[in-house]
Write a protein that binds this ligand. Structure first.
Ligand code: ADP
Length: 607
């Protein structure tokens, strides 16, 4: 049922209710007032009739039907009421509705209730159905007395002549009420018609803007966001329309903004060098940018397909599972295809855990190729330099060992040549070592050993140096530490490099401490550690490394102080080699240092 019908029905209901209430009230009022009027009229009429009859009736009570009836009839002509005169014994002597013959047949009226009341209380009033006239009447009766002689006692003074009764049909009350009903019925019909006509027009005025608003909201809901409602009034509906238009404007603005953002994002995603994929909780693709499509060779229809079904790369699936389990970013280097296919750095970011993941694929094939070319170049150059350098070193040594007399300057030159060529030789060796480690050509010869195995050889290497600089080496590795599985030669190099640096960069009478402990925590700096590990520390009381250089010391040829490092005879490759050896053992290396106080190098080797 629409709002218009509802309003019309409500109006009709109200009008009918008002008319019905009016009818009930008016009919009650009318009945009451007419009844009172009839009673008054009956009382007046009765009083007049009584007066008249006292005067006219024969004094000796020698009544005859004819004389009394004609007297009553004469009196009755002056009003609409029915007049009856009843004798003191109940005989009806006169009645306006009966002739004298009929009167004789009438029964005694002394038993009539109004007559009884009149005799008992001085007057009697009753509404009764009259057998004589077959209609409802209101009867009013009062006794008529005649005064006795002046000498009589007060009780004897009054003599009952008879009872005067006046009656009026109650029909007029009913007729008046039925007339009123008819008037009200007519008013109801007229009111109803008027209400319908009025409500049709008035509800139209009210509902028209609502209908428009409804149409408009439907249109907006259907996606026509441009739809607006005309605002033709300033009332609440007008305000509602205005507010709705404002609201739609805002929605439109937001949609425009989001569309713009979407377009921008789409352009970025399409043109970016990285492949971007979105997968849902079941690892089914929901989005892929063009780069991802080409990188993973996705088919035309890929949306909704499981990633593993389209591109069988188990590592990718494992990475997704890792991100799902840890609820954090997962990263891995993955070979995307078979053999010569691109290498990639893949990052899986959970957007909402268990529901959506973003996969970013960064193709590092070119970088790796360049890296390989660079490493090959360095290896080749080093190799090529080694032969002439060995020759130079050989000749210089021969010259120095010759017994031929020469100037002091020549000798100094030869020594310098020897020193520099041996430094160059060391550099070349280290470069080649680094290249071998980087290329992955070095095969680890892992053996199980306790870290204390390295104590003796380390002392052998560094004892003279330590003594020279008056440094103390404290070896504090507990005996009960588990053994580690390492390539002993390479691990020795790690220790040599770290202790050598500690000696180089610690002033005289400093302390160098080598310690180790087992690490049982499951995470390190937020990263999951698969298994337990041993953390070995080389601590010194040296010059320390400034904050900004701490991350960079593991880069090749990086030195905090170029001049000082060179003076110390360093190549700038020691820590780069150390880092690579540790990485080859799946370990981690990091440092803590404060300027002027010393440094601690930590090496973690998984057990
Ligand atoms: P180098 O052969 O020059 O020592 P490294 O790769 O071993 O090369 O070290 C890189 C740089 O890191 C050094 O030049 C030095 O500045 C700094 N460094 C390394 N170890 C320490 C240390 N224990 N104390 C202070 N500085 C250090």
């Amino acid at each position: 049922m629409n709002i218009r019908t509802q309003l019309t029905l409500r109006y009709i209901g109200i009008v009918l209710l008002v008319l019905f209430a009016m009818y009930l009230y008016l009919s009650a009022m009318l009945k009451d007032s007419m009844s009172t009027r009839i009673t008054r009229e009956l009382e007046t009429q009765a009083a007049l009739t009584a007066e008249f009859l006292i005067e006219k009736l024969p004094t000796q009570n020698n009544f005859t039907y004819h004389a009394i009836d004609s007297l009553v009839d004469r009196l009755g002509k002056t009003s609409d009421a029915r007049l009856t005169f009843i004798g003191a014994d109940g005989t009806v002597w006169g009645d306006t509705e009966r002739d004298s013959t009929a009167l004789r047949a009438m029964d005694s009226h002394l038993t009539r209730p109004e007559v009884q009341d009149a005799l008992q209380f001085g007057s009697g009033i009753r509404d009764r159905y009259s057998d004589t006239t077959q209609t409802e009447f209101r009867y009013y009766a009062m006794p008529i007395y005649r005064d006795a002689s002046p000498q009589a006692s007060s009780d004897e003074k009054k003599t009952l002549i008879g009872i005067c009764r006046v009656a009026m049909p109650m029909e007029i009350v009913n007729t008046a009420i039925s007339n009123l009903r008819q008037i009200l019925l007519f008013a109801s019909v007229a009111g109803l018609i008027l209400t319908i006509v009025f409500s049709v027009f008035s509800t139209k005025i009210i509902t028209k803007p609502i209908e428009k608003l409804t149409q408009m909201t439907q249109s907006v809901a259907a996606g026509n966001i441009d739809s607006r409602v005309p605002v033709d009034s300033k009332n609440e509906l007008g305000q509602l329309s205005q507010n709705f238009n404002l609201m739609t404007d805002r929605v439109q603005e937001q949609i425009d903004k989001i569309s713009e953002e979407h377009r921008r994002l789409e352009t970025i995603l399409t043109d970016m060098g990285e492949g971007v994929l979105l997968v849902n909780g079941a690892f089914e693709i929901t989005y892929a940018n063009s780069m991802a499509i080409s990188m993973l060779s996705l088919p035309d229809v890929y949306v909704g397909k499981a990633l593993i079904e389209i591109n069988r790369i188990p590592e990718l699936q494992t990475l997704l599972q890792a991100a799902e389990q840890t609820e954090t970013v997962a990263f891995a280097e993955i070979r995307l295809g078979n053999l010569t296919e691109p290498e990639a750095e893949v990052t899986v970011v959970p957007v909402s855990t268990g529901e959506e993941y973003v996969i970013v694929i960064h193709d590092v094939t070119k970088e790796r190729q360049l890296e390989r070319i660079r490493a090959d170049f360095v290896a080749n150059v080093s190799h090529e330099l080694r032969t002439p350098l060995t020759t130079i070193q050989g000749y210089a040594e021969t010259l120095l060992n010759e017994d031929t007399p020469r100037s002091k300057t020549s000798e100094q030159f030869i020594v310098k040549i020897l020193n520099h060529s041996s430094r160059l030789s060391r550099l070349i060796s280290e470069l080649l070592e680094l290249s071998r480690l980087e290329s992955g050509d070095v095969e680890l010869k892992r053996t199980r050993c306790h870290l204390n195995t390295f104590h003796e050889p380390i002392l052998e290497v560094f004892e003279p140096l330590l003594e020279e600089s008056a440094l103390v080496l404290k070896w504090e590795i507990p005996e009960n530490l588990p053994e580690v599985s390492v390539d002993q030669q390479l691990f020795m190099q790690v220790l040599v490099n770290l202790i050598d640096n500690a000696i180089k960069y610690t002033p005289d009478s400093g302390i160098i401490t080598v310690s180790a402990e087992i690490n049982t925590s499951e995470t390190f700096e937020g990263i999951n550690i698969a298994s337990k590990e041993i953390i070995m520390c080389v601590q010194d009381t040296g010059i320390g490394i400034p904050m900004e250089s701490q991350q960079r010391v593991f880069e090749r040829f990086y030195r905090v102080d170029q001049g000082r490092a060179r003076e110390m005879g360093g190549t700038g490759l020691g820590l780069a080699i150390t880092k690579h050896i540790v990485l080859r053992h799946n370990g981690r290396i990091w440092l803590e240092s404060s300027l002027g106080k010393g440094s601690v190098f930590h090496v973690a080797i998984p057990l």
